[in-house]
Design a protein around this ligand. Structure first.
Ligand SMILES: NC(=O)c1ccc[n+]([C@@H]2O[C@H](COP(=O)([O-])OP(=O)(O)OC[C@H]3O[C@@H](n4cnc5c(N)ncnc54)[C@H](O)[C@@H]3O)[C@@H](O)[C@H]2O)c1
Ligand SMILES: [Zn+2]
Ligand SMILES: [Zn+2]
Length: 377
C-alpha cells in the first residue's frame, strides 16, 4: 500500500510499504478515507525530534473498517470510524480514570501512545491506505455511514477535542473572556470551543493574516502580535483588567513579536500577564523534555524561564498535557451530527495522498493559506 514516509528533515515521500494485517484478536484494519497533517507532525518533519527516517506519519485518522479481529465485539466490516490520536488500552489505571492520553499499556516506559509519532510507541501512522487499530472496540468511535460531515469528523481525531481540552484545562465558563495564543488549527479549535462553552469574548493572537481572518470569521477578536505587544492590546480591550482565562495553543515553537526569533517561553509569559488574578491557563501547546534545536542550553534540556513568581502572585492555575481525546470525541461528534458545531471551517486544503510532500512543505511554511490539510488516500 501507499504511505507517507519520513525521509529526513524537511522531506517526506509517498512510498510502497507493507499493508498492515490483524496481529491480535482485538485489532481491526481500517481503510483510511481521510487523514490530516498536524502541527505536531511538523516537529518531526523539521528534524527537531529523534524520529528516524522510515517512520510512517499520521495520527489523525478516519475510515471504514475493512477487517475485524475475532475478539472485537462492537464493530463490523463497513463501519465508518474515527480514531483518537491516542492509542489506549481502556483498562489500565489511567485509561480507567479517563486519562487515555496517559495509557501505560500501549507504550511501556512512557505514558501515552499515538499512531505514527516518535517516542509514542510502535503504532504505524495512518497517512496511508490502511491502518491497524489495536484495542479496536475502545479506540474506534463509530460515525454515521455514508460520507456526510467527512471534513468535520476527521477533526475529532485530534484538533477539535484538543482545542476543547485547552478550554477544559482553563476551566472556561459561560460569560467569561478568554485569550487564545496561536491561530493554528488547535488555537482556532480552542477559540471555537470557548465560544461553544458560552464565552462572552474570545481574543485570538497570531501573526498569520489568513489564520487571524478565520478567527474573526467565527466571532473571535483577532490580535496581531507582530503589530505590538499582545498583552497590551488585550488589556486595552478589557478595561485594563485582562481576560478571565487563557489558552496556549502555540507551544515551544513560539516566536517573539518583533524579531520573529524563536523564544520558547514567550507565550507562557504573555499568558501570565494577559490573564487576570485568580484566572486559569490551559496549555495544550506542546513542550518537550528536550529540544536539541532549542535556542540556549537550558531550552535544549526543556527548561524555560517562566514567570512563576508572577503566576503565584496572581493565584493563577495552570493545566497542561496531551488531550485525552476519548473524553470529548463522543459529545463533540454529536454536536456535529446535530448541526451545532461545524469545525471544518479550519480546513484549508484537501489533497490526494500523493500530494503529501507539497502539503507538508506549504503547511510548514504557513504559506498560501495552508492552515489544515486533509489527505485522501
Ligand atoms: N496537547 C495535545 O494533545 C496536542 C494535540 C495536537 C497539537 N498539539 C500542539 O498544539 C500546538 C499547536 O498546534 P497547531 O497544529 O495549531 O500548530 P501550528 O504550528 O499550525 O500553529 C501554531 C501557531 O502559533 C503561532 N505563533 C507563534 N508564535 C506565537 C506567539 N508568540 N503568539 C501567538 N501565536 C504565535 C504561529 O504563527 C502558528 O500560526 C503545537 O505545539 C502542537 O504540537 C498538542
Ligand atoms: Zn495532531
Ligand atoms: Zn490504558
Amino acid at each position: 500500500m501507499k504511505a507517507v514516509v519520513y525521509k529526513g528533515p524537511f522531506s517526506v515521500a509517498v512510498e510502497e510499504v507493507e499493508k498492515p494485517g490483524i496481529q491480535h484478536p482485538d485489532d481491526v484494519i481500517v481503510r483510511v478515507t481521510s487523514t490530516a497533517i498536524c502541527g505536531s507532525d511538523l516537529h518531526m518533519y523539521e528534524g527537531r525530534t529523534a524520529a528516524e527516517p522510515g517512520i510512517v506519519f499520521g495520527h489523525e485518522n478516519m475510515g471504514i473498517v475493512d477487517e475485524v479481529g475475532h475478539g472485537v465485539t462492537g464493530l463490523e466490516k463497513g463501519d465508518r470510524v474515527v480514531m483518537p490520536f491516542n492509542v489506549a488500552c481502556g483498562f489500565c489505571r489511567n485509561c480507567a480514570a479517563g486519562y487515555t492520553g496517559y495509557c501505560t499499556t500501549v507504550n511501556p516506559g512512557f505514558a501515552g501512545g499515538a499512531y505514527g509519532y516518535v517516542s509514542m510507541g510502535p503504532w504505524q501512522g495512518g497517512q496511508a491506505e490502511y491502518l491497524r487499530v489495536p484495542y479496536a472496540d475502545f479506540n474506534c468511535l463509530k460515525l454515521p455511514r455514508g460520507d456526510a460531515h467527512e471534513r468535520d469528523f476527521i477533526l475529532l481525531a485530534d484538533i477539535f477535542p484538543t482545542g476543547y481540552h485547552g478550554c477544559e484545562l482553563a476551566d472556561v465558563r459561560p460569560g467569561e473572556s478568554v485569550a487564545v495564543y496561536g491561530a493554528g488549527p488547535v488555537g482556532l479549535m480552542a477559540a471555537y470551543s470557548a465560544l461553544l462553552r458560552g464565552a462572552k469574548k474570545v481574543f485570538v493572537v497570531d501573526r498569520v493574516p489568513e489564520r487571524l481572518q478565520k478567527a474573526e470569521e467565527i466571532g473571535a477578536v483577532p490580535v496581531d502580535f507582530s503589530a505590538g505587544d499582545p498583552v497590551e492590546q488585550i488589556r486595552d480591550q478589557t478595561g485594563g483588567e485582562g481576560t478571565d482565562k487563557g489558552v496556549d495553543a502555540v507551544g515551544y515553537q513560539a516566536t517573539a513579536g518583533a524579531s520573529g526569533e524563536e523564544e520558547p517561553a514567550t507565550v507562557l509569559n504573555s499568558l501570565v500577564n494577559t490573564v487576570r488574578p485568580t484566572g486559569a491557563l490551559g496549555v495544550p501547546g506542546l513542550y518537550v523534555p528536550s529540544d536539541p534545536g532549542g535556542p540556549d542550553e537550558q531550552a535544549k534540556q526543556g527548561m524555560l524561564l517562566v514567570a512563576i513568581g508572577r503566576l503565584f502572585e496572581k493565584g493563577l492555575r495552570i493545566g497542561t498535557g496531551q488531550c485525552n481525546v476519548k473524553r470529548y470525541n463522543r459529545f463533540l461528534r454529536d454536536l456535529i451530527i446535530e448541526g451545532r458545531a461545524k469545525p471544518s471551517f479550519v480546513v484549508s486544503h484537501e489533497l490526494p495522498l500523493s500530494e503529501a510532500p507539497s502539503g507538508y512543505d506549504k503547511f510548514d511554511k504557513r504559506i498560501e493559506g495552508y492552515t489544515k490539510v486533509i489527505l485522501h488516500p
